[in-house]
Design a binder for this molecule. Structure first.
Ligand code: WT7
Length: 658
């Protein structure tokens, strides 16, 4: 166990909710009792927070477990719930999005604006031949059109697949092909680190290999010149000239809303499928409960990108279904200066801030003087997501951003869970720094040992979810068997728990003496780099696709800022020149090659050129030993190693460096 994790488990401080927040909280301790009494009735009440065109007949149909159906027979429109109903209730002039471009340009989008734009985009997509059930890929920077594009798809029943703008042409191609997307919505580019960063050339490269794509809609953002083909249409022509009248049709509660790709333990990403009624119910309820969101007075800001599930559930669907006013920021936290985030909090009087541990640790590195330079007194609640937050970062966040007073909600969930699962409730929970605490009302989680037995308090093992939940993934797009194998075969039905289906999250966890849950990171071959899921296999495949690499092994090494960092070991091909400068050059080339193949987020921090890789007798790469090397530890047990001299060779090194 790393030193940071060991510290985390010695943490004993506890912080009760501020009295005023507790007294006015949207959700009180009673919610736990209600949900424990009748879980399905509890979720049924939360579904009732939405507007349904037709009520459901059954809350949960688990007859074909683990393929769940929630709110069967119910019909609703997601965009209607996120936009129209707020306008109909007289809140058309209310700001939905305060958008801040990286260069400092701004836009204010009211709910009436959002309604008009979404209707126009829905009409434009319909005009391009998109109908319910078709897939639309979205590859956009953080501009209001990203939310509009998602809502327009939801409005007409098209299933969106948002691909993070930092992904490469290959990654985009794979995702478009896997879902056979008919339309791609993109932009000329966005602003990043003070300059335009193009997106359209990447789409052009991808679309050339994607025969399913009939049309490409292009938002003009940077104004830079772009290549143009017969499939391309400008957004400002197609959408802004379309009719603003559009009547939203209701869709079945199980209609596919979106696919979002996440890394698995093989090189092929998994298309996580989410549907309509259950997803929106839980995204909406958790926004209300965990952020204690008061739409009349709060200004909410989630700093995630729309390309990740956090952006889906806590920028688009959760906040908008609750009628929130929120901030959307295009750029990086240190452009043009390191106080940019705090400047935004100050400027818009942000009251609820939701960000990631990697950002908090970066802010720590920059020093508390930076936030101290701004008025952050509007803040009343802080959230964290994406990876385990170490107590030091939790305390720093509370102290220097939260005036030493504000509650910090550490929210555990996954692309697969669709919405928050384990988190404090800000008006109820006495939070412990570094712990996600307890399953939310209506959620059942446990920590089990290798045999699938629940561990006693004080014990550690694997995090599992023991009852279905409304926003659970329904399957992996086009691959039911991978869905069964990845999530449902490790524990539960067929294994040790009789007929019970148990969802394996892939995370290690511990229960403390009070039974509170501490997340300890992934137990599979998925790395968490700045909170982003990247599979070791994916990076290994990218490396061996380079002509100078014979074999590669990749590990996630502890990193003070990014949580984990990618460290690669590569065996050069016999013909590759690696002595002296040539080795350094090859390393630089390989790092760029991975960035080009998978996207800049997957660029290894470090690559070591090695003559061999440590393998077990059965030929499995011993990543544990490589992690020891990557983290500069003395080597652990090498007894199962096929040839122990390999490790001497690696440690003495043929090449390496950052
Ligand atoms: C993995 C899921 C949830 C949206 C962003 C990431 C890790 C997430 C926490 C947390 C400890 C966390 C887990 C999980 N994770 N939140 N609060 N504490 N670990 O979504 O890319 O699907 O990654 O992120 O390891 O399995 P994702």
């Amino acid at each position: 166990m790393s030193e940071a994790l060991a510290n985390l488990l010695n943490e004993t401080r506890q912080f009760p909710p501020p009295a005023e927040l507790a007294a006015n909280a949207n959700v009180t301790a009673a919610a736990y009792d209600e949900a424990a009494g009748d879980r399905l009735a509890f979720w049924e009440r939360q579904a009732g927070r939405l507007t349904w065109a037709q009520p459901w007949e059954q809350v949960l149909d688990w007859s074909n477990a683990p393929f769940a159906k929630w709110f069967t027979g119910g019909r609703l429109n997601v965009a209607y719930n996120c936009v129209d109903r707020h306008v109909e209730a007289g809140h058309g002039d209310k700001v939905a999005i305060h958008w801040e471009g990286e260069p400092g340009d701004t836009r204010t989008v009211t709910y009436a604006d959002l309604h008009r734009l979404t209707c126009q985009a829905a009409n434009a997509l319909t005009e391009l031949g998109v109908t319910a059930g078709d897939r639309v890929a979205i590859y956009l920077p953080m501009i209001p059109e990203a939310a509009v594009a998602m809502l327009a798809c939801a409005r007409i029943g098209a299933t969106h697949s948002v691909v993070f703008g930092g992904f490469s042409a290959d990654a985009l191609t794979n995702r478009i092909q896997d879902a056979s997307a008919k339309v791609v919505i993109t932009a000329d580019g966005g602003f990043r680190r003070g300059k335009p960063s193009a997106l359209k050339p990447t789409v052009d490269e991808a679309v050339a290999n994607c025969p399913s794509v009939e049309h490409v809609l292009v938002v003009r953002r940077t104004g830079e010149e772009v290549g143009w083909s017969a499939k391309d249409h400008w957004w400002h022509e197609a959408v802004e000239n379309a009719s603003p009248e559009h009547e939203a049709q209701p869709f079945d509660a199980e209609h596919p809303l979106f696919i979002l790709y996440t890394s698995g333990t093989t090189a092929r990403p998994k298309g996580i499928l989410h549907t309509t009624g259950g997803y929106l119910t839980q995204a909406s309820y958790t926004t209300h409960a965990v952020f204690d969101l008061k739409p009349e007075t709060d200004v909410y800001w989630c700093t995630a990108d729309i390309g990740w599930v956090t952006g889906h559930s806590y920028i688009v669907y959760g906040p908008l279904s609750n009628g929130a006013t929120q901030i959307m920021y295009e750029g990086t936290p240190d452009t043009p200066h390191k106080g940019r985030f705090w400047e935004i909090v100050d400027k818009y009087k942000v009251s609820i801030l939701y960000t990631a541990p990697t950002l908090i640790r970066t802010m720590m590195k920059w020093g508390e003087d930076v936030p101290a330079g701004y008025d952050l007194s509007s803040l009343r609640l802080l959230g964290s997501v994406g990876e385990p937050i170490n107590p030091e970062a939790w305390i720093w966040y509370r102290q220097y951003v939260g005036r030493g007073e504000l509650p910090v909600v550490d929210t555990w969930w996954q692309t697969e869970t669709g919405a928050m699962m384990i988190s404090p409730l800000p008006g109820v929970t006495e939070a412990k720094p570094g712990s996600a605490m307890a399953p939310l009302p209506g959620i059942a989680a446990d920590v089990v040992d290798d045999q699938g037995e629940s561990v006693p308090n004080g014990g550690g093992g694997y995090l599992v979810l023991t009852e279905p939940w409304p926003s659970m993934l329904r399957t992996i797009w086009g691959d039911d068997s991978r869905f069964l194998e990845t999530y449902w075969s490790r524990f539960g039905a067929g294994a040790n728990a009789g007929d019970k289906w148990v969802y394996f999250a892939g995370d290690g966890a511990k229960k403390d003496d009070d039974g509170h849950i501490w997340l300890l990171g992934r137990v599979d071959d998925v790395m968490l780099v700045s909170g982003h899921n990247i599979s070791t296999t994916e990076v290994e495949s990218a490396l061996v696709s380079h002509p100078s690499v014979a074999e590669a092994a990749v590990v996630g090494a502890t990193d003070p800022t990014t949580g984990q960092a990618i460290v690669a070991f590569a065996i050069p091909r016999g013909s590759a020149e690696i002595s002296g400068d040539a080795g350094e050059q090859l390393i630089a080339e390989l790092r760029n090659h991975v960035a080009k193949t998978l996207g800049p987020i997957a660029k290894p921090r470090q690559i070591m050129l090695v003559p061999e890789l440590p393998k077990t007798r059965s030929g499995k790469i011993m990543r544990r030993l490589l992690r020891d090397v990557a983290e500069n530890r003395s080597l652990g047990d090498v007894t199962t190693l096929q040839d122990s001299s390999v490790m001497d060779l690696i440690s003495s090194g043929m090449g390496g460096g950052r």
